[in-house]
Design a protein around this ligand. Structure first.
Ligand code: AVJ
Length: 325
């Protein structure tokens, strides 16, 4: 029974992937969804990105988690009877581990629900976290943020603390990020908390360098999605005929990545007819939006949150903002 359910879920997710890819590549302009970057190889490449000297985001937010967990803990102490700590896009939980450790050391009652689109990531967390934190109650959920948030809500009636770290919200265009905050708010009740990481506007060159590394890891990260499509959707992308191109616009704060077709070419995906790419035509791959504090106050206000605290790194490049529903 469980086997059948699992196979069904897998089939459904393959066909969602197929439909999203076909729809995106038949659109004008062509685009793909960056949430599909994270297959096993994509996870590995993202780990390499986080370790690059140019990719400052992880270091900044890690600094916040290394130095400010006591403050987070005291903010969460409004829930003396415990809470559910739900992390959207947990990844390797490197940053949140500092918080888990602080909460456990202070005998806080909580269950940790890491949510991630990558099944590989969830499997890893469920085996590794109990080794590191034997007292931790942890239940991993693999899937889309809101579906899994819904699921987590059926497990308990305790207050919620949501974590949305790593500037994951930056992968949405600003209007969608606003709607996302509104949706988050709807899953919460008054008093619940959300701690959200936003990458801030700063020296444009610093931002561009973080997404345009000379070693080509970010390029490989983008091209890996074409390889994934080849593998999982039986396509025939000639990956050598696409080049990564990165932009940052200091006015809008949009940092965007594209893959540019080096020549006129056709690509076949499974039994779908050929999709044509003109020479120099682009596929829009990802946005990594940068904000200023005014933008964040607007998001909070519009979605019915109030800002409780802003935690910055020492360079003021990144903020983890704590909002109350
Ligand atoms: C995982 C969304 C935070 O946009 O900075 C890194 C993904 N893409 N380099 C980001 C990413 C290219 C990353 N997030």
């Amino acid at each position: 029974m469980n086997d059948i359910l699992e196979r069904d879920t897998k089939k459904r997710s393959v066909s969602n992937f197929y439909q999203d890819v076909i729809k995106g590549l038949n659109s004008q302009p062509k685009h793909l969804e960056s949430k599909y970057f994270y297959d096993d190889r994509g996870d590995e490449l993202f780990q390499q990105i986080m370790a690059m000297p140019e990719y400052y985001l992880t270091d900044c937010e890690l600094e916040i988690f290394k130095t400010r967990c006591t403050e987070m803990h005291s903010t969460f102490s409004v829930f003396p009877d415990g809470f559910d700590l739900i992390e959207l896009g947990a990844g390797d939980a490197m940053k949140s581990s500092h918080l888990l450790s602080c909460l456990l050391n202070n005998n806080v009652k909580f269950t940790y629900y890491p949510i991630d689109i990558s099944g590989h990531v969830i499997d890893l967390l469920e085996t590794e976290l109990p080794k590191k934190f034997p007292q931790l109650e942890v239940k991993g959920l693999q899937g889309e943020y809101f579906q899994m948030l819904q699921k987590a809500s059926t497990f308990s009636e305790r207050p919620k603390v949501l974590l949305v770290l790593g500037s994951n919200i930056g992968n949405m265009p600003p209007d969608d990020a606003g709607l996302f905050c509104e949706s988050l708010r709807k899953y919460l009740i008054p008093g619940d908390l959300a701690l959200i990481g936003f990458d801030l506007k700063k020296d444009p060159q610093t931002i561009l360098n973080a997404y345009n590394d000379p070693a080509g890891i970010t390029s490989e990260f983008n091209l890996n999605l074409l390889k994934r499509i080849n593998r999982e959707l039986h396509a025939n992308f000639d990956v050598g005929q696409f080049t990564h191109y990165q932009t940052y616009d200091p006015q809008s704060g949009a940092c965007k990545s594209f893959l540019i077709s080096s020549q006129d070419q056709d690509v076949i995906i499974a039994d779908h007819g050929p999709i044509h790419f003109r020479k120099n035509e682009y596929i829009f791959m990802e946005i990594s939006q940068k904000y200023d504090l005014g933008d964040l106050d607007k998001f909070a206000g519009q979605s019915g949150f109030k800002t409780v605290n802003n935690l910055f790194d020492s360079k003021n490049w990144f903020v983890d903002t704590i909002w109350e529903a």
